[in-house]
Design a protein around this ligand. Structure first.
Ligand code: NAD
Length: 306
């Protein structure tokens, strides 16, 4: 058992991602104490062998690392500062506690969370993930990390347990920045690949012919060669199972809203990003929230007439 295996980790947010991530830490021998505001998530955690506390503050005594896996930045800031009469985690923690946030949140919020943690005498790492629930269960997530190098080294053993890759992208907020930039590319490229397939259909090209050309030419990208939006060319892509996610439309819509916020706050003269955000918001609102984001092709096809 590794030396780090006895590290005490307060794990808050035991949802779709946090639940299995916490299970992997428990299995690796970490001294995990979990909490979630939803009783059903607490029950599921207990069933999976995660010790749980009755409240968030009760997870804190003795914790060397406070790991959060929440839906949004507001949840993170509220939990750090305290809200609704509940004391904040930062005030409850012993000096120099590591605050590790793995939620996907706005870059500005991640920097604010780090500032609050540092001002309270703690350490801070932002480490959003990619790999989805399947990756969380299998322990194969990728972590995009914003941290001081020494803090990255402190939490790296946890990344090794919960994931297969961790990239130090820069200082506080850089993990969220990397994630939002990557998903901006992904959202825009999936729309482009989908429009190209629908255009190919109109022009009488088979899916396979377009795939064979583009996958070996300058149109090559992950949206085409791994998550191909038409069934056939890539048998493992969600298109072959009626667009079961995969990466759900709701999450792509969320991540593109974060990208849009970052584009606006930095003043980037972007046109594709805001449009992609609008397209995926509509997709999610019109039945695509629970479908793989590559299902956007069916919308494009439906709106293209016969
Ligand atoms: P989820 O909604 O299933 O889980 C979040 C959990 O946090 C919920 O159970 C909620 O009750 C809990 N929570 C909220 N506030 C809390 C508080 N103050 N204290 C304790 N618990 C609290 O969401 P998820 O799918 O697990 O995603 C978590 C994060 O990971 C999100 O930021 C999401 O964008 C990101 N993410 C998700 C996926 C995915 O495939 N689901 C992939 C990559 C990244």
């Amino acid at each position: 058992m590794p030396e780090e295996a006895k590290t005490r980790v307060a794990f808050l947010g035991l949802g779709h991602m946090g639940g299995p991530m916490a299970v992997n830490l428990v299995k690796a021998g970490y001294d995990v104490i979990g909490f979630d505001v939803v009783p059903a998530a607490l029950d599921a955690a207990r069933e999976h062998g995660i010790p749980v506390a009755a409240s968030a503050p009760e997870t804190i005594p003795g914790a060397e690392i406070v790991l959060t896996m929440f839906p949004s930045g507001q949840h993170v800031l509220d939990a750090y500062r305290g809200a609704n009469g509940e004391p904040g985690l930062l005030a409850a923690a012993a000096p120099n506690t590591m605050f590790l946030d793995c939620s996907t949140i706005n870059v500005d919020e991640a920097r604010e969370a780090a500032r609050l943690a540092l001002d309270a005498g703690h350490r801070s790492v932002d480490a959003p993930v990619s790999g989805g629930v399947v990756g969380a269960e299998a322990g194969t997530l990728t972590f995009m990390v914003g941290a001081l190098p020494e803090d990255f080294e402190t939490v790296r053993p946890l990344f090794d347990v919960m994931g297969k890759r961790a990239v130090l992208c820069g200082e506080h907020g850089a993990g969220q920045a990397a994630k939002v930039c990557n998903n901006l590319i992904l959202g825009v490229s999936m729309i482009a690949v989908s429009e190209a397939f629908v255009l190919g259909e109109k022009l009488g090209l088979t899916h396979q012919a377009l795939f064979d050309v583009a996958s070996a030419a300058s149109g090559q990208c992950w949206a085409l060669t791994t998550n191909c939006p038409v069934p056939g060319p890539v048998p493992t892509s969600p298109a072959n199972r009626d667009y079961q996610p995969g990466f759900a439309g709701a999450l792509m819509a969320k991540d593109l809203r974060l990208a849009l916020n970052a584009l606006q706050s930095t003043g980037v003269a972007a046109r594709m990003g805001p449009l992609a955000s609008e397209i995926y918001d509509a997709f999610a609102a019109e039945g695509g929230a629970g479908r793989d984001f590559s299902g956007i092709i069916t919308d494009i096809r439906d709106k293209s007439g016969q």
